[in-house]
Design a protein around this ligand. Structure first.
Ligand code: AVJ
Length: 328
């Protein structure tokens, strides 16, 4: 087992980072060494999204088993008028994560925000998204913020416009419920007493449906998970043998979450720079949690964070929810 004093994570919300964000290299090394030194080995899911991982995630979003992306887009289309009325046209729309998705374009068209503030930790992704939006919406007042939305941000002056945070994709599922509550509370202070939030949250459902979504037949999710080890090899000089680890995802009903792991198929040692990590046969690296919330559970969580769950929109199959939260 590697020895090195473990540094405290800079924020509690270390698991949260928008898809496509390039994690800072030094943080990556520290987090990997620290995570693999724990009795239950862990790797933070934000490191999935290097260039290759982001491409694999896009492929996941198009898989037939992976319903969240499809359902969220469908429900946004189906309820666009009501969503826009809830948020209020002419609001200041702040989006956490990449701002070039199809859902954001729909919202911008329907909401005609006074100002649109995409927040992304990846400068490259942010610039590309902003350029595309400028071409498409020449009338739009666009003020990109390069930063980490898991920490309080300086949001450019939006005048008197109502602030609405848009946080799609159930990315909040990567956080524990305690972390999610803290994150919502921080968002609540960002939008102020008249503000609101539109947040996409995956629902609890038949465990077989959940299982299929994270164990797709083509093995794209497995490749996405294993890419984390490949990335450690590429960027940190690790010597993981990818053939000796296997993707394992299951629904932990007691905790209400999908867990993704990488399981060592045989006893082995892995070197990363001057560190050496021992694996027993069958030992896991826990790489991701994806929490699922019933409508009531999420409303209660939002309530504890200073929001009132005012509206909820579902897709036709009732698999995914968009919550309209108002500050209270
Ligand atoms: C981007 C965190 C919402 O949890 O479903 C997809 C990531 N992991 N397949 C999710 C993911 C495996 C995704 N989130």
């Amino acid at each position: 087992m590697a020895r090195e004093q473990r540094r405290r994570r800079p924020a509690q919300l270390g698991g949260l980072s928008p898809p496509g964000s390039a994690a800072l290299a030094d943080g990556f090394r520290e987090d990997v060494i620290a995570g693999l030194s724990l009795p239950q080995k862990v790797l933070p899911p934000k490191y999935f999204y290097d260039a290759r991982g982001s491409r694999l995630f896009e492929r996941i979003c198009r898989l037939k088993e992976y319903y969240p992306t499809r359902c969220e887009l469908a429900l946004t289309r189906a309820h666009l008028g009501a969503i826009a009325r809830f948020a209020g046209t002419g609001c200041a729309l702040i989006e956490y994560g990449s701002g070039e998705s199809r859902k954001s374009r729909l919202l911008i068209e329907a909401l005609r925000p006074a100002v649109y503030v995409p927040v992304d930790i990846s400068a490259v992704a942010l610039a590309a998204a902003a350029a595309a939006l400028r071409r498409r919406f020449p009338w739009l007042e666009l003020r990109p913020v390069h930063g980490d939305f898991s920490r309080p941000l300086e949001i450019p002056a939006a005048g008197r416009a109502r602030r609405v945070v848009y946080f799609p994709g159930s990315t909040i599922g990567n956080l524990t419920p305690e972390e999610a509550q803290a994150f919502l509370r921080m968002s609540r202070s960002q939008v102020g007493p008249k503000g609101a939030m539109l947040i996409g949250v995956d629902l609890k459902k038949d465990a077989n449906v959940l299982h299929a979504a994270y164990n797709d037949a083509r093995g794209v999710t497995a490749a996405f998970n294993l890419n984390l080890l490949a990335r450690i090899n590429r960027e940190l000089g690790g010597d993981f043998d990818l053939r000796r680890f296997r993707h394992y995802a299951f629904y932990n009903a007691a905790l209400g979450r999908i867990e993704m792991h990488l399981i060592a198929l045989a006893r082995q040692a892995v070197n990363i720079g001057r560190f050496r990590f021992e694996f027993a046969a069958g030992e896991s690296i826990h790489t991701e949690n994806s929490y699922k919330y019933s409508l009531e559970e999420f409303r209660a969580l939002a309530q504890r964070a200073g929001f009132r769950g005012e509206r909820t929109w579902l897709d036709r199959q009732g698999l995914f929810a968009l919550h309209g939260l108002a500050a209270r």
